[in-house]
Design a protein. Structure first.
Length: 744
């Protein structure tokens, strides 16, 4: 075995100095071994600089590996690290250090024991320390790592970045030196939300699978199997989100702990800081807790205490093993904060008490039917067999959306709805869609939702529980189904004082009128995916079509991706839209026409590297004053604003005709725009057209960060219009889109 000691000397220097030899048998009888055994390298000590492990080598963890401030440990996909038995064998990323463990679904990174017959607690685990806030007596606090009181964590940087951990397995962790000093599988001490952690599998570990000691980091897709104490533990002021988590005890599992739980949450460390700040205030979305252990009671499926505030949605508790309390909100050192909100379905067959909540009132804590819990398909990469574990989850009732809605209708959050045909929300009808729902559309042009004049839609998602409209097929592509259309009574351009027109995809349904403040409802925290079906080149859906929609309508926090035609198109109207992300939409990101006179604020349009378009002239912004340029004498002409916009073309083989195109008497005021990316953009900003140029008074203020622009602007732009190309614009903020799950 080769020994690689990572101590105070630079790791790369050591790598250069050591001559590598395989620990396999040198004598293979002269034959060429097609798949030779992996070379083994011993791993321990501190590192300096950037260190990249070799996935073709097997690493033997025989001591503590410290990644101090300024150092980075890179672990490529497919790397296997085997740990020797012992408390001191673990990896700790200190404040200011980074780990980039980037596995993939087909080549995960595996941390495991160095023997085949290992049991829980064989080795330490993985610890990350950050500079994010933790609770304490001061405005900025720090604490010392449980397993090494010489190493601090915590600080004042909520966005601190400790690197990336994805598609990682942590097996047989949790070694202890005493009952009070023990490792978890993954310990996150004051880790900031600039850190990326997703697709994690922790199994057969002593103590907790994962524990958050303060910090703000978000974790997605976490599977915890047979971990000795708690599946998911939160303390010391943690304030992030855990999304799609599954904790299971199998039939033969037993615990060495006194009070093992599914969730355990303290507001402050050990309940000894009731006056500390911040107290834990965190979110869990889409969680399943399963106890199938025949001889092991789970004290609580969900325990919230010591001033912690929990926001838990779509939770499911199931299994045949004993669970003493489904939910317990009490503790001798302080109960849960009364703002705690929990939605949980109890499908477990052996629960002693449903709810323990002292004498306090918890209006947001509900035991409901129909929750689905974690999506187990996200864990296919682990190879874990879910059969028999959580199989008592309810069968989801499926139902088609009604063809016509003429009264006030609220969808049932416990059902799976399909768009199978056109859904008409008629005048006087109201469609209400609860937060967290996913509505799936069948393939075809006729499958869409249209809110007619006088009808309303209230699709009020939240950042933690957005509403998703998507295809019913996981292999769907753009143009799979129609989209969402809203028709209103707000003004549109035309020959008369009050005008109306007919919907492009159905010429029997009018839109437009004279009510600028018309109210068609609310769309917020809504995702629209794979839309844009067409019946011909001239008749096609967008992701979101707004026909004469009034400014009494609230539309904000919208994500439209992989759609044919435009992401969003405004046909007249006065509605304002904010916080709009458009990714890989076939034609234009943002399209305005027919006298639109509202404001679009905080909008980001992106084409990814492999994007291609079927359209002749795809653009970032396309704006006409009147419909198709055929009404130069119509009124009103479009007169709109865009504030804080980014247009990004990363496509390697798709040119964007114009980043910004304003024409046909449209008047645009565009402020704080940025155009970026490496893909070809033929023209940055063009204000000309054969059917009429942009209106006088048009102003475009844009920063050119794109690296492949053929022409900045058109020399024939109208003299009374302005294109200012200058450095310093910031464009659209990106943190507002974290709820979408898309990484910008």
């Amino acid at each position: 075995m080769k020994k690689l000691f990572l101590n105070a000397m630079a790791f790369m220097a050591v790598m250069s100095a050591v001559s590598f030899t395989s620990c396999s048998d040198d004598d293979n009888n002269g034959g060429g071994d097609i798949n030779p055994p992996a070379e083994t390298v011993e791993l321990k000590g501190a590192i300096e600089g950037t260190v990249t492990l070799d996935a073709n080598k097997e690493y033997h963890l025989t001591g503590t590996v410290n990644v101090p401030a300024g150092a980075t440990l890179e672990i490529p996909a497919g790397t296997v690290i085997k740990a020797a038995k012992g408390f001191a064998n673990y990896i700790i990323v200190e404040r200011g250090g980074k780990i980039n463990a980037r596995g993939t679904a087909d080549r995960p990174i595996i941390f495991t024991a160095d023997v085949d017959n290992a049991s829980s607690g064989h080795w330490g685990g993985l610890i990350i320390n950050g500079n994010a806030p933790i609770s304490g007596e001061n405005a900025v606090n720090e604490a010392m790592t449980e397993v090494d009181n010489n190493i601090p964590y915590g600080g004042g940087d909520a966005a601190d970045n400790s690197g990336v951990i994805e598609y990682v397995q942590l097996l047989y962790t949790g070694a202890r030196s005493s009952a009070d000093i023990e490792h978890n599988g993954l310990t996150l001490n004051g880790v900031g939300n600039g850190t990326t952690i997703n697709n994690i599998y922790i199994a057969e570990g002593a103590d907790d699978a994962i524990e958050f000691f303060g910090g703000t980091v978000n974790v997605t897709n976490l599977l915890a199997v047979n971990c000795d104490d708690d599946c998911f533990d939160f303390t010391q002021g943690y304030s992030g989100t855990l999304d799609n988590c599954y904790g299971v005890w199998e039939s033969g599992f037993t615990s060495t702990e006194e009070d093992p739980r599914g969730v355990e949450a303290d507001g402050n460390l050990d309940g000894n800081g009731p006056d500390h700040a911040p107290q834990a205030n965190f979110t869990i979305k889409n969680m399943t807790i399963v106890n199938n252990a025949s001889g092991q009671a789970m004290q609580d499926a969900i325990k919230i205490r010591r001033l912690a505030t929990a926001n838990i949605t779509n939770a499911l508790v199931t299994g045949s093993g004993e669970i003493q309390n489904l939910i317990d909100l009490t503790d001798s050192k302080g109960d849960a904060n009364t703002a705690t909100a929990i939605s949980v379905t109890n499908n477990a067959t052996n629960v002693s008490d449903d709810l323990v909540n002292s004498n306090q009132q918890y209006d947001g804590v509900q035991i409901v039917s129909g929750n689905t819990g974690a999506d187990t398909s996200a864990f296919a990469w682990t190879g874990y067999d879910f059969s028999g574990n959580g199989s008592t989850a309810p069968t989801i009732e499926e139902e088609n959306m009604p063809a016509e809605i003429t009264s006030d209708v609220t969808l049932d959050a416990a059902k799976q709805y399909y768009i199978d045909g056109t859904v008409h929300v008629k005048e006087g009808g109201v469609l209400r869609i609860p937060a967290g729902m996913t509505i799936k559309a069948r393939n075809g042009f006729a499958n869409y939702i249209i809110v007619e004049r006088g009808g309303q839609i209230f699709a009020e998602g939240t950042a933690e529980a957005p509403i998703t409209f998507t295809a019913d097929n996981e292999t769907a592509e753009s143009g799979y189904w129609g989209g969402i259309i809203i028709n209103g009574y707000a003004p549109i351009s035309g020959e008369n004082a009050v005008n109306e027109a007919m919907t492009e995809v159905d010429n029997n349904i009018p839109y437009g009128g004279d009510k600028a403040n018309d109210n068609s409802g609310v769309l917020t925290y809504v995702r629209i995916l794979y839309s844009g079906a067409r019946s011909s080149a001239d008749i096609e859906h967008n992701g979101l079509t707004l026909n004469g929609v009034g400014n009494g309508t609230r539309i904000e926090n919208i994500y439209i991706a992989e759609g044919a035609d435009d992401a969003i198109e405004f046909f007249g109207g006065s509605v304002n839209v904010s916080n709009l992300l458009a990714v890989n939409c076939d034609d234009d990101c943002f399209d305005f026409t027919q006298g639109y006179c509202g404001t679009l604020t905080n909008c980001y349009g992106r084409w990814e590297a492999d994007f291609t378009s079927t359209e002749e002239d795809p653009r970032g912004v396309e704006a006409d004053g009147n419909l198709d340029g055929n009404g130069p004498d119509h009124a009103p002409q479009a007169d709109f604003k865009i504030e804080n916009m980014t247009i990004e073309n990363l496509a390697e083989n798709q040119a964007m005709q114009d980043a910004i195109k304003v024409r046909r008497l449209a008047k645009a005021t565009i402020n704080n725009a940025v155009v970026s990316g490496s893909g070809l953009i033929e023209q940055l900003a063009d204000l000309t057209d054969s059917k009429g140029n942009a209106a006088d008074g048009t102003v475009v203020n844009v920063t050119k960060s794109a690296t492949n622009v053929e022409e900045d602007t058109n020399a024939n732009n109208p003299a009374a219009a302005t294109v200012n190309i200058a450095a310093g614009n910031t464009g659209c903020p990106t943190d507002i889109f974290s709820w979408t799950g898309y990484s910008l």
